[in-house]
Design a protein around this ligand. Structure first.
Ligand code: 3H9
Length: 695
């Protein structure tokens, strides 16, 4: 195996070249390589200056996240950074790609920083629930002051090279030949007899101590209500940079880092990071995707227009199809509005809008879609309606085109079977609003060809979406778990909680909205129509909560009608005695004596319901791995990222405890609360869901 860091010699300049694909993360081998290379360069009297650069796509993109949570191994990154900074010979960091986290901290420890114009630098540790732990909180404000340093570390957003140069984080930016430019800089420093310039001794950003403290105070106030400790500890560290001598400041940072890295929130966020990347590893990813330049979207409603807009923005040619002139005009209008809003928010240039619009065509005759490489139907959620569209597409599309259905619940195998090419049919389940929500469920039917799946995956990548593979079942991964979640929320209400209490409990858990608030926002009509459709086949022995039906019968369809589970004063949800009376009447009709629930019991029951349903989805092979289920919930349903997802939550809760809880709750609805079939074996073997994630 190649060395993680090699030492090259260019006359009087020693060049430490980091070479550890894919992103040169600062794992043990790289840290040791840097320390050894530095020591060798310092021991060599012929070396007068040192350059640190990286091979491959980027300067180190951070510490090796997979090492967090494991026992630390010497040399630690902070120590490596200190040694670099203490070098009596000038050190130049040559930055390209994304110098993030520990990678940027290495650069900050060098005495000069030169970067490629396309490079970005940043301290995104906050997104992992931690803070820069290799001197970043102490060195950054010394260079650029508290306000900008706090903004960088609390937002976690990378800064483009030109801006970083203007801020004072970089000394020079070049358009090409970074290694050559770094060497020239090092030679110039030698020629000038330049002394090392340790960042620890610089005060550029600290001259105005009053402004510094004011920025700290403002940030502390802004983060006061944040439930995650990371940002608050960043503020403390930046304040320490002003108040404490450098070494004590480093010690302060170290303590805060260690406290955060061991927190459950950081574990959840790390899990989310790796789960997102793992989801793309589906068996079909090995197949070459079919080439797609032209996407047809059938249906110009909110969903169809959102998909069309997203595809246009990603550079595809798009045809939007509607049945009639009016429907088409409305669909095109929706796309135009999305574009306008993107331009108004500065997310899209006017020129880009023109270029995108020029690649859009509206059609009313399916024959005009014949040239499409991929067609996505986003019409009304009804089997016959969708089947009709798929049949029509089948008749006109060229051989090899992919036919995608955006169904949320329907049987993709049955839909594929109405066409003469079921191998080309795949489910592409977008989430509303389709141009915003990052999740895309790729639903793989029995007959779906691997390269049709790979085509969906390639589309997801191009749209910047996180794709998760799902098998076929009612609601796929996400909505199936949502159904279980809602079901238990309704049991809780019928058994004694109020909708407001359930919502409050789930918001306290970390959901942006509770289940009833979400229902009101989405509207109750579609689910009601579905329940009425399924009424004839419903098992009368199963517990059925009819409160939502009563609400719909009373014309309470949610926010759009001003009332649903709540009454609305404008957008503000207010508890409504009429709803409580409906619930009371349902309880009375069933002879239920209401009991009280603590908020924590409510959230635990709802979490257990999700995790148990997730386990069942795994047992049935619908999801490839537990972390895929987590990704679905994180990216499609607002599940709090620091909790990692329901399966990660269940690992923390305990598998035995999960099964016991399901059994304890059985009296609430014996038919519903059945332990998933795979829990026993997991308990017996001491398996956690995390153990099933690899691959
Ligand atoms: C830190 O630095 C703490 C220090 O302050 C203190 C220490 C004491 N570690 O995303 P991609 C893997 S915290 C380990 O698909 P892209 C990733 O899993 C760190 N692995 O590529 C994937 O593996 P696989 C602060 C990492 O081009 C592969 O690399 N840094 C790390 O879309 C490719 O990744 C960050 O938070 C890592 N640090 O995006 C930056 N980074 O192929 C985290 C990546 O097996 N990284 N991998 O699935 C990123 O934001 C993106 O990866 C990056 C590239 C923008 C760099």
């Amino acid at each position: 195996m190649a060395e993680a860091v090699r030492l090259e010699r260019e006359d009087e300049v020693a060049v430490l070249v980091i070479d550890s694909p894919p992103v040169n993360a600062l794992g043990l081998a790289v840290r040791a390589g840097l320390a050894d290379g530095l020591a060798a360069a310092l021991a060599d009297d012929g070396v007068k200056a040192i350059v640190i650069r990286a091979e491959g796509r980027t300067f180190p993109a951070g510490a090796d996240i997979s090492e967090f949570g494991k026992p630390p191994q010497d040399p630690w990154l902070p120590e490596v950074c200190n040694r670099i900074e203490a070098s009596p010979k000038p050190v130049v960091a040559a930055v390209h790609g994304t110098a993030l986290g520990g990678g940027f901290e290495v650069a900050l420890s060098a005495h000069w920083r030169i970067a490629l114009a396309s490079a970005k630098v940043g301290l995104p540790e906050v997104t992992l629930g931690i803070l820069p732990g290799a001197g970043g909180t102490q060195r950054t404000p010394r260079l650029i002051g508290a306000e900008q340093a706090l903004d960088m570390m609390i937002s976690g957003k990378p800064v483009p090279a030109a801006k970083a140069l203007a801020m004072g984080l970089l000394d020079e930016v070049v358009d090409d030949d970074l290694p050559g430019a770094a060497l020239r800089l090092a030679r110039r420093l030698i020629a000038e007899g330049a002394a090392p310039r340790p960042t620890r001794d610089r005060r550029d950003g600290m001259r105005d101590a009053v402004a510094y403290e004011q920025a700290v105070a403002a940030a502390r106030k802004a983060q006061g209500a944040n439930r995650l400790p990371g940002p608050r500890r960043i503020v403390d560290c930046v304040e320490a940079a002003l108040l404490l001598p450098f070494d004590q400041g480093l010690h302060f940072e170290r303590t805060a880092f260690q406290e955060l890295v061991a927190s459950p929130e950081a574990a959840g966020l790390r899990h989310a990071f790796f789960s997102e990347r793992r989801a793309a590893k589906m068996p079909e990813a090995a197949s070459p995707a079919r080439p797609v330049a032209h996407v047809a979207v059938v249906g110009g409603g909110l969903m169809g227009a959102g998909i069309a807009y997203a595809c246009l923005s990603a550079g595809y040619n798009v045809s939007l199809m509607e049945r009639d002139r009016e429907g088409l005009a409305r669909g095109l209008e929706r796309i135009a509005k999305l574009q306008e809003s993107a331009v108004a928010k500065g997310r899209m240039s006017a020129a880009q809008r023109e270029a995108d619009w020029a690649r859009l065509s509206g059609v009313m005759d399916m024959a005009q879609l014949a040239g499409a490489d991929l067609a996505i139907e986003a019409v009304f959620e009804d089997f016959d309606v969708k089947a009709d569209v798929l049949r029509g597409l089948d008749a006109v599309l060229k051989p090899g085109a992919v036919l995608a259905t955006n169904t949320s619940y329907l049987d993709v195998d049955a839909l594929a079977a109405v066409t003469a090419r079921p191998a080309d049919v795949v489910g592409l389940h977008f989430f509303s609003p389709a141009h915003v929500m990052r999740l895309l469920e790729i639903v793989v039917g029995k007959a779906t060809a691997p390269d049709a799946v790979a085509t969906g995956l390639a589309l997801a990548k191009k749209l910047g979406k996180v794709a998760v593979r799902s098998g076929v079942c009612d609601g796929f991964i996400g909505n199936r778990i949502l159904t279980a979640y809602r079901q238990v929320a309704e049991f809780l209400v019928e058994d004694g909680a109020t909708p407001a209490q359930v919502d409050r409990a789930m918001r306290a858990f970390g959901m942006p909205l509770g289940p009833f608030e979400v229902s009101d926002m989405a509207g109750l009509q579609i689910a009601w129509a579905r329940r009425k459709r399924l009424a004839a086949t419903r098992d009368p022995a199963k517990r059925y909560v009819a409160v939502a039906d009563r609400l719909c019968e009373a014309g309470r369809f949610g926010q759009s009608t001003g009332k649903g589970w709540y009454r609305y004063d404008g957008r503000k949800a207010v508890e409504d005695p009429e709803v409580l009376a409906i619930i009371e009447a349902e309880r009375a009709a069933k002879g239920i004596t209401p009991r009280s629930f603590a908020d924590a019991e409510i959230s635990t029951r709802l979490m257990v319901a999700m995790a148990n349903e997730g386990a069942r989805i795994l047992a049935e092979g619908i999801a490839l791995r537990p972390s895929d289920i987590d990704v679905v919930k994180l990216f499609g349903y607002g599940f709090p990222r620091w909790e990692g997802g329901p399966m990660h939550w269940a690992d923390g809760f305990g598998i035995l405890q999960l099964k016991n809880a399901v059994q304890d709750y059985a009296e609430q609805a014996p038919d519903f609360w059945q332990p998933a079939p795979n829990l026993d074996a997991m308990i017996l073997n001491g398996t956690r869901f995390a153990d099933l994630n690899e691959g």
